[in-house]
Design a protein around this ligand. Structure first.
Ligand SMILES: NC(=O)c1ccc[n+]([C@@H]2O[C@H](COP(=O)([O-])OP(=O)(O)OC[C@H]3O[C@@H](n4cnc5c(N)ncnc54)[C@H](O)[C@@H]3O)[C@@H](O)[C@H]2O)c1
Length: 283
């Protein structure tokens, strides 16, 4: 066994590494970018909306980190190739890719249009395929290993009303994670995925009022009794991007406050628990 002691075990190994964060919005992208910068990485903030990327760059700089912003629509193959090339030119290398992009169109399956289906598949699955392929080509050629992390959802693990294309696309992301992990492993590149439950990002709190489309409070869906905070997802993303996860690849890590651990029986009323002494015991 080779260990360098606890201190060595806890080194993230992200100092001076270059991390591309795709989806630099105010939610998970922001937390992941700030977490990686805090761990010493140089961060390339990539977003469809250049002003979001620029705002995040300014926030990282105000905390003493180094970052640059890039406007890009990763649904387009050419944009994904261009942004990987621009980031690696700007900083001289690329080590870590974190892709939090994901858009949702809600609706009953019977009401959704072809466009809704294609939009969801493109906004979740195609864009990560584009970025993973472009980054994979670069990282293999660079020869220094690397890490890719994407964000799926518990909607990719269990069915949810009004989420059909989103859930299907997120499940596809988990499969793509495994395939890329196998193909990139010989080059020392790890590929993982994080599946959050309900997280209190501005999109969910401001737009949806912390409720799911069926009107129930999202906090009630988790046995821990609350929604997750963006930083609680980012901590897992930073771990997977770091040397601490050097032997973790092809995995989906669920971060959902216990939501998917619970069988549909729900919370038990203690008064309803049967008294074991009244039950017939085996002889
Ligand atoms: N918030 C939750 O409760 C929750 C739960 C499970 C999974 N997720 C997933 O986490 C991720 C982030 O969620 P969030 O709430 O922070 O979202 P968000 O909407 O705040 O951030 C997503 C960012 O991606 C950008 N983007 C969208 N399409 C793009 C494209 N084609 N190219 C480049 N950038 C693009 C958007 O401009 C936005 O800034 C999503 O994938 C979402 O599906 C969120």
């Amino acid at each position: 066994m080779t260990t360098g002691g606890v201190g060595r075990l806890l080194e993230l190994g992200l100092g001076g590494k270059v991390a591309l964060v795709a989806g630099s919005g105010p939610g998970l992208g922001r937390s992941c970018a700030l977490g990686l910068a805090e761990a010493g990485a140089i961060v390339a903030c990539v977003d469809l909306d250049g002003t979001r990327a620029a705002a995040l760059v300014a926030e990282i700089a105000s905390r003493g980190g180094r970052a640059a912003g890039f406007e890009s629509d990763l649904r387009r193959t050419s944009d994904a190739e261009m942004v990987v090339s621009e980031v690696s030119k700007e900083f001289g290398r690329l080590d870590v890719v974190v892709d939090v992009i994901g858009e949702i169109r809600y609706g009953r399956a019977v009401d959704l249009s072809d466009d809704d289906w294609e939009y969801s598949l493109d906004a979740v699955l195609r864009q990560f395929f584009n970025l993973g392929r472009a980054a994979g080509r670069y990282l293999v050629a660079q020869g220094l290993g690397g890490s890719l992390v994407s964000i799926s959802s518990v909607s990719g693990l269990a069915g949810a009303p009004f989420h059909a294309p989103y859930g299907a696309a997120k499940a596809g992301l988990m499969s793509l994670t495994r395939s890329l992990a196998i193909e990139f492993a010989p080059a020392g590149i790890r590929v993982n995925n994080v599946a959050p439950g309900a997280v209190a990002t501005p999109r969910v709190v401001d737009r949806l009022g912390g409720r799911s489309p069926d009107g129930l409070p999202l906090r009630s869906r988790a046995p821990l009794g609350r929604m997750g905070e963006p930083d609680e997802i980012a901590k897992v993303v930073v771990f997977l991007s770091s040397e601490l996860a050097s032997y973790v690849s092809g995995q989906t890590i669920v971060v959902d406050g216990g939501a998917t651990a619970e069988f549909a029986l729900g919370a038990m009323d203690p008064d309803l628990i049967p008294d074991n002494s009244t039950l017939e015991q085996p002889r």
